[in-house]
Design a protein around this ligand. Structure first.
Ligand code: 3PG
Length: 305
């Protein structure tokens, strides 16, 4: 009997586990759980007897993959798979998949919520601002950004986007695509970052870009900390007392940011973008179905390695 392991340091909602279990057991497989683990050794022990894994932001490195001797497929229940060592997986003959789009509304709602939190001065009672008539700049135009766009329009915002790969999709709905990331910052009151921690996106938000941000600008990052050049971010916030940075992923320089930029910096205590029952169900169910499809029919539709 095949064993599917859910290895989630940050667990799914119980309703998602129930649905995943239903799919796995209907296929005649066994479901095992390794949740809220605090030691890597716990994960290494759990993967040893698994044939497939469902993970979230859990680090699946070479050591984990080598310990997962029988694992044929790892599904990252979510979008970003920067936590999985894809080359090592390929070398071990392991298929890696993600579940694109499944948790994107949840992340988009958090991005808008954080924009409001920033504009409303972190709910301190100080007079803030409104979204309506402000310009939102989307850095990237994947599933999350498209949901942010949908919600922002309902708030009466003007939306612009900088994207290299989804220009046609943006133009098709009449969305203005800026010529450069610098232009996006120059036109936006609020920036929402939605690019993966890969390739040219790494540290793409540098001083050269940041310095163009409009006065009073708010940057919301629900993507990854790696896309920001943190030294530049600190220098920029020192220079520009009018700007704010809110992130769903604590930067490495979190302590410094907290100390220096009270009232202008916020990060969630734990990545919360996809932490809703709905997102957990969508991504978890998709992951389970992809695993069954892979074993039963050789379906590799969402393979990323
Ligand atoms: C993603 O890449 O799907 C999001 O960052 C969500 O990550 P999480 O599953 O760790 O909450």
């Amino acid at each position: 009997m095949k064993k599917v392991l859910i290895a989630t340091e940050k667990p799914f909602a119980p309703a998602a586990i129930k649905k995943i279990k239903g799919i796995i057991e209907k296929a005649g497989y066994e479901l095992a759980l390794c949740e809220k683990y605090t030691e890597k050794s716990t994960l290494l022990e759990a993967v040893a007897s698994a044939d497939a894994m469902i993970v979230r932001s859990d680090k699946v490195d070479e050591e984990v993959l080598n310990a997962a001797k029988n694992v044929k497929i790892v599904v990252r229940a979510g979008a970003g798979y920067d936590n999985v060592h894809c080359e090592a997986a390929s070398a071990n003959g392991v298929v890696v998949m993600n579940t694109p789009g499944q948790n994107s509304n949840a992340v988009a709602e958090l991005a808008i919520g954080m924009a409001i939190f920033g504009l409303r001065e972190f709910f301190t009672g100080k007079a803030g601002g409104e979204l309506r008539k402000r310009t939102l700049g989307l850095h990237g135009f994947g599933f999350v950004a498209r949901n942010v766009f949908r919600i922002a329009r309902a708030f009466g915002m003007k939306v612009v986007v900088y994207t290299r790969y989804s220009k046609a999709a943006a133009a098709a709905i009449g969305l203005k695509v800026t010529d450069s990331l610098e232009d996006l910052y120059a036109e936006s009151d609020i920036i929402s970052i939605h690019v993966p921690a890969r390739g040219e996106h790494i540290k793409s938000v540098s001083m050269d870009v940041l310095k163009h941000l409009k006065k009073g600008g708010v940057i919301v990052n629900t993507a990854r900390k790696e896309v920001i050049n943190e030294n530049d971010l600190v220098a920029f916030m020192e220079e520009r007392e009018d700007v704010k940075y809110l992130s769903d992923i604590a930067p490495d320089c979190k302590a410094l940011m907290e100390e220096k930029f009270t009232g202008r910096y916020f990060s969630t205590p734990k990545k919360a973008g996809a932490q809703t029952a709905e997102a957990n169900i969508n991504a978890g169910v998709a992951a389970a179905e992809q695993i069954v499809g892979f074993f039963e029919n050789g379906d590799e539709t969402f393979k990323v390695n």
